[in-house]
Design a protein around this ligand. Structure first.
Ligand SMILES: NC(=O)c1ccc[n+]([C@@H]2O[C@H](COP(=O)([O-])OP(=O)(O)OC[C@H]3O[C@@H](n4cnc5c(N)ncnc54)[C@H](OP(=O)(O)O)[C@@H]3O)[C@@H](O)[C@H]2O)c1
Length: 254
């Protein structure tokens, strides 16, 4: 079996940059998302740098059978993950009671269910290779998010689950890291209907910077990586403020 790094949500934004960083550091890749044309273009671009061309697998990870199908496809191609990068995710902006319920549940299917299944399904192969799991959370994981309630809660799950897994799998030689980016200009804003407030510019990083920080954090075996000094300060301050005060000060996003 050939050892590969599996990256979800590689067709855009942070995931595409993670693919470039992993490829640059000599990892052979399998790229996963729904848009095949985007994945093919990225695979071609990576191949053009002289690295092996990543394999491309299209999957809608909101579907219940997606991970089982993905695992079967990898196995039939003689590929086994040494690292899994759970990056695919989306948010929705608006009051939870007003937003479409099916869409919010689909967000949970992607951000939580698929991430959990993909974190667990390849553990034997990750352990054999002393590999790792990089789960993309967010600084949203550190506070409740009125106006984006389900998204924030989904990222709190990712952070909590990943920290616990870090502890559980350390004895098997598997590195497990939660990457917590702050604001990054990607397709995320258009899909979520979220507008970044001007103040977010202060802590904004590029997708490329976030990908490099995430890669380094995983390789160093960090449990949690908050991307960028501004976000680190913000998260430290958040720990000092009671949720009641925080919630009273947060305006509902439209
Ligand atoms: N941008 C930010 O400010 C920010 C901040 C903190 C954390 N994050 C997190 O970072 C991660 C990447 O976000 P991004 O900003 O790079 O967003 P993005 O540009 O919208 O990219 C999202 C990626 O997820 C894939 N995806 C979405 N739905 C999918 C599905 N049902 N099945 C398979 N793949 C799916 C998309 O590909 P297809 O559409 O081709 O399927 C795309 O490759 C997310 O987990 C997000 O929550 C983002």
């Amino acid at each position: 079996m050939k050892a590969i790094t599996l990256i979800t949500g590689a067709s855009a934004g942070i995931g595409a940059e993670l693919a470039r960083v992993f490829a640059k550091n000599g990892h052979e890749l399998v790229l996963v998302a729904r848009r095949q044309d985007r994945l093919d273009a990225l695979a071609d671009a990576i191949a053009a740098t002289g690295r092996p061309r990543p394999a491309v697998l299209t999957a809608d990870l909101e579907r219940r059978d997606a991970v089982a199908n993905l695992a079967a496809e990898l196995s039939s191609r003689g590929l086994e993950p040494v690292i899994v990068v759970n990056n695919a995710g989306f948010g929705l902006s608006g009051a939870a009671a007003a937003l479409d319920r099916a869409e919010q549940l689909a967000m949970i299917d992607l951000n939580i269910r698929a991430l959990t299944e993909l974190s667990l399904v390849f553990i034997d192969s990750l352990a054999r290779h002393r590999g790792g799991i990089l789960n993309v959370a967010s600084i949203a994981a550190f506070l409740p998010g009125p106006g984006m309630a389900v998204y924030y809660a989904s990222k709190a799950y990712v952070l909590s689950f990943t920290e616990a897994l870090h502890r559980e799998l350390s004895g098997r030689g598997i590195k497990v890291t939660a990457l917590c980016p702050g604001p990054v200009q990607t397709e995320f804003q258009a899909r979520s209907g979220m507008r970044l407030p001007p103040i977010a510019r202060i802590v904004e990083l590029s997708a490329q910077e976030v990908a490099q920080i995430g890669y380094r954090g995983l390789m160093r075996g960090k449990r949690v990586v908050v991307a960028g000094i501004g976000n680190k300060i913000a998260v430290t301050l958040l720990h000092l403020i009671p949720n009641a005060v925080l919630l009273a000060s947060l305006q509902n996003r439209r």
